[in-house]
Design a protein around this ligand. Structure first.
Ligand code: PDD
Length: 287
């Protein structure tokens, strides 16, 4: 089956799906995006993703001429046409195509692009057994990383540094404070308390983060939304990360030093059960 993409209302073969070179996403990073997990053909947490997408558009003053229903409908149409049951849905909306000028163009409609890529979620379940390693990097991003824009150069460089160090992720550190990963939210567990950076302008408010906080509290677990330091992370009982594509993964080493004896811990294990049960509840998918 050929890979298909969606460009401004049309579904096309991926190889011929293009935007104009003067798309503002390309020239200025003047675009927002979402990544959603699709399991069993169902989009996980669609409503929260849509709420965040609309907030991001509003923050940047980008108008998308499509209402809620149609965007979800068009995404589902693309997923169905591609035929992948397990995939990642990528949605990108730029301010449009216009003659290059920093200020907003007049009357240029937003460009909406969607792609789907097959994804092996079972791999994430297998990784729960071994955990993953992280390194740390200075957080040198701009001041509004709560807006999910395509301007991801610091994240790209941090992730590449992680790859080169044989790690899964780079945790971004400001002063002594761990903020989040290059594409994931960061967590530690200490004395049974689950700790993650609060929302605000210093982290992306992750959908996986938000849903995990809710599920953990429903399960009578204690969650603290507060900044934690790198020293606290090194000394933590457990550490883990969350995102749409990682779901939840135990962190067993930070900068080459073992966390919690270098093994995934019981609190992370319990949280992973909650996450995968929720996946099954929403989509029917089981590893
Ligand atoms: N990354 N922090 C950053 C900087 C991110 O880019 C992401 C998402 C997250 C986790 O957010 P969520 O739980 O909504 O996926 C945190 C996506 C998946 C990406 O860029 O690929």
């Amino acid at each position: 089956m050929p890979q298909l993409a969606y460009v401004n209302g049309q579904i096309l073969p991926l190889a011929s799906a293009t935007l104009h070179v003067e798309d503002r996403g390309t020239q200025f990073g003047d675009a927002i995006y979402e990544v959603c997990a699709v399991l069993n053909g169902q989009i996980l947490d669609w409503q929260p993703h849509l709420v965040r997408l609309r907030r991001n558009l509003a923050e940047l003053g980008i108008t998308l001429a499509t209402a809620d229903g149609p965007l979800g409908l068009q995404a589902r149409r693309l997923i169905a046409r591609n035929g992948h049951r397990e995939c990642l849905l990528y949605i990108q909306i730029s301010r449009g195509t216009a003659r290059r000028d920093h200020a907003f163009p007049q009357g240029a409609p937003a460009n909406l692009v969607m792609t789907v890529r097959r994804f092996d979620f079972a791999q994430r379940v297998r990784q729960l057994g071994s955990g993953i390693k992280v390194i740390t990097r200075a957080d040198d991003r701009w001041g509004r990383v709560d807006i999910k824009t395509t301007g991801l150069l610091p994240n790209v460089l941090a992730k590449q540094a992680a790859r080169e160090a044989g790690a899964f992720e780079a945790w971004l550190v400001a002063g002594s404070e761990v903020r989040e990963g290059s594409s994931t939210n960061a967590w530690i567990v200490k004395d049974g308390r689950i700790i993650t950076h609060p929302t605000g302008t210093h982290i992306l408010p992750g959908i996986a983060r938000d849903s995990l906080i809710r599920m953990a509290r429903e399960a009578q677990m204690v969650v603290e939304e507060r900044a934690f330091t790198l020293a606290e992370a090194r000394d933590a009982d457990e550490a883990f990360l969350t995102s749409t594509t990682a779901l939840i993964l135990p962190v067993v080493a930070i900068n080459g030093e073992a966390v919690a004896g270098g093994k995934p811990g019981p609190v992370t294990h319990r949280l992973a059960e909650l996450v995968w049960n929720e996946v099954a509840r929403q989509t029917g998918w089981r590893a």
